[in-house]
Write a protein that binds this ligand. Structure first.
Ligand code: CMP
Length: 225
């Protein structure tokens, strides 16, 4: 699939304000990478090789738990960046990033990323804003892991997924591509079997509608302002 890298960067919240020629220069310096579903983009503790911008698809950010399972900390979609942390704190990768759907990403060199931050304070500001939002989501995930039962965590998972990645259909419904039951389980600290059983329960209660690979939620249930 052909993607115009400058257009893609222009739509990304982080780079959207750059002038046309700057976007073109950044796009020319970026390396396009395509990943199949479940392909590892990089692994936790590796030395960083740049900053990634998602052009298409969705990635999951995961860490291993002490019990040897996978915990999914976050998922990121088109326009979002990942791999900034290890560049900013000069440490190894804090987590692994794996394609959750077929994904295209562009990789910027560390030197290009550093120059952008120095030359464009607005990019640094937006990155801080994005990192604050990620910290809020991570806080909410911790809170939900310790205070909600599994069905509550699952309901909140779908609401967050739809808020973050959902597409408004204009008829009161929001559509979102559903992760595998295994990935949902790894996001909410449950087993795959429990997730399968509780998804059926949420459907019976009319809170979600599943059709093929998509899940639909009522917009009014997302609690957006
Ligand atoms: P880095 O540490 O370079 O490599 C792993 C990346 O995953 C990290 O940069 C961030 O881009 C991303 N990441 C790590 N933790 C989170 C989180 N809690 N929420 C969203 N993204 C994260």
């Amino acid at each position: 699939m052909s993607i115009d890298v400058s257009d893609m960067l222009a739509r990304s919240p982080l780079f959207g304000e750059l002038a046309r020629d700057e976007l073109a220069a950044l796009g020319a310096a970026a390396q396009r990478l395509d990943f199949a579903r479940d392909e590892v983009i990089f692994s936790m503790n590796e030395a960083p090789d740049g900053l990634y911008v998602v052009a298409r698809g969705r990635v999951k950010v995961c860490v291993p738990t002490a019990a040897g399972k996978e915990l999914i900390l976050a998922t990121l979609g088109p326009g979002e960046v990942f791999g900034e942390m290890a560049l900013l704190d000069d440490a190894p990768r804090s987590a692994s990033v794996v394609a959750q759907l077929p994904t295209t990403a562009y990789r910027l060199r560390r030197s290009d990323f550093s120059r952008l931050l120095e030359e464009h304070p607005s990019i640094a500001r937006k990155l801080l804003m994005e990192m604050s939002q990620r910290l809020r989501r991570a806080n909410a995930q911790v809170e939900s892991l310790v205070s909600l039962d599994v069905v509550g965590r699952l309901a909140r998972f779908f609401i967050d997924l739809a808020r973050q990645h959902g597409q408004l259909l204009g008829n009161g419904w929001v559509a979102v591509r559903r992760p595998t039951h295994q990935d949902i389980a790894a996001s909410i600290g449950a087993t795959r079997e429990t997730v399968t059983r509780l998804i059926a329960e949420l459907e019976q209660r009319g809170l979600i509608v599943n059709d093929g690979k998509m899940t639909y939620l009522r917009e009014e249930n997302l609690g957006r302002e």
